[in-house]
Design a protein around this ligand. Structure first.
Ligand SMILES: C[S@@+](CC[C@H](N)C(=O)[O-])C[C@H]1O[C@@H](n2cnc3c(N)ncnc32)[C@H](O)[C@@H]1O
Length: 274
């Protein structure tokens, strides 16, 4: 299905960022939700980590980010746990990863390295909390699901219990500030149904996610370092914006594109318990 030639194993090994970006750029938009600069920033923060043997990664919200995280899981003989309520995205990604990363690593068993859970990330019995039952310690996590503070903080709180002594916490759309209801997304759904847009519910706008998450992490870890990620240096020249301009203009008209505080669209922290 994804039958392209990406270069020899040696060539790919010399420049994995280029390989991963090529895979990303050939993915359809519905499965390709983050800009290239954020995709590479996620790669960069994990590549800079000292990872334990068989590291464990988690993400909520599958897509391009799954390519980066599964790459590190397969490369280091570890695991990626992905939660997404959309099973069709997960199954599509399984085909892409099998035809790209797994060929490169000459590994036939993606199911050993990638656990995809088509369920709510915050479910008490099948969400992130299962990692405690599974006795896993998470080295890095990326949150990109519903884009409301309530869902995000519940995800962050669940993962804090199972983070390794040193870990990276990263979030997408960290400049959003919806508390309970992602009004922009809801209005996109309503517009498609021919319904009028709703007004912002009272008390639904709070502080940006990055400020809330950072404050919470500081209550849980001895050291919390906000990482100087490459997204902030590269996002303005990212070709993703112009390539998908027509779709993004329509999204912006429904307030789904947050143009303020764009350098906080991606944020990542290194946390240490001691
Ligand atoms: C913006 S997309 C993720 C984009 C992806 N990270 C990428 O790099 O392309 C958000 C995804 O989160 C999923 N989602 C939303 N709320 C969720 C929840 N509570 N649990 C699991 N998945 C959720 C949606 O089905 C959707 O596929």
């Amino acid at each position: 299905m994804y039958d392209f030639y990406f270069g020899s194993q040696e060539e790919i090994g010399k420049d994995p960022r280029k390989f991963l970006l090529t895979v990303k750029r050939m993915m359809p938009r519905w499965c390709n939700g983050i800009p290239d600069s954020e995709f590479l920033a996620l790669y960069d923060v994990i590549a800079a980590m000292e990872l334990p043997p068989k590291p464990v990664f988690i993400e909520t919200g599958s897509g391009a980010s799954t390519i980066v995280l599964s790459y590190f899981a397969v490369k280091h003989g570890g695991e990626l746990y992905t939660w997404d309520v959309s099973g069709s995205k997960l199954f599509y990604l399984r085909g892409v990863i099998n035809d790209t990363l797994m060929r490169h690593f000459d590994d036939r068993n993606l199911s050993v390295h990638w656990k995809h859970i088509a369920f709510d990330s915050n479910s008490e019995f099948a969400g992130i909390r299962v990692l405690k039952e599974l006795d896993r310690k998470v080295s890095a996590c990326f949150f990109d699901s519903e884009h409301t503070l309530n869902v995000l903080m519940s995800e962050v709180k669940s993962v804090c219990d199972v983070l390794a002594d040193t870990a990276v916490v990263a979030i997408d759309d960290a400049n959003y500030s919806y508390i309970n209801c992602n009004t922009a997304y809801i209005n996109m759904v309503r517009t498609k149904l021919g319904l009028p847009a709703i007004q912002e519910p009272p008390g639904n706008i709070g502080r940006p996610f990055w400020a809330e998450v950072e404050e919470y992490l500081k209550t849980k870890f001895a050291l919390v370092e906000h990482l100087d990620d490459s997204y902030k240096k590269n996002y303005q020249s990212d070709i993703f914006w112009s390539y998908y301009r027509s779709d993004r203009e329509a999204m912006a008209s429904l307030a789904m594109e947050k143009t303020e505080d764009l350098e906080h669209r991606f944020d990542a922290w290194r946390v240490c318990r001691s």
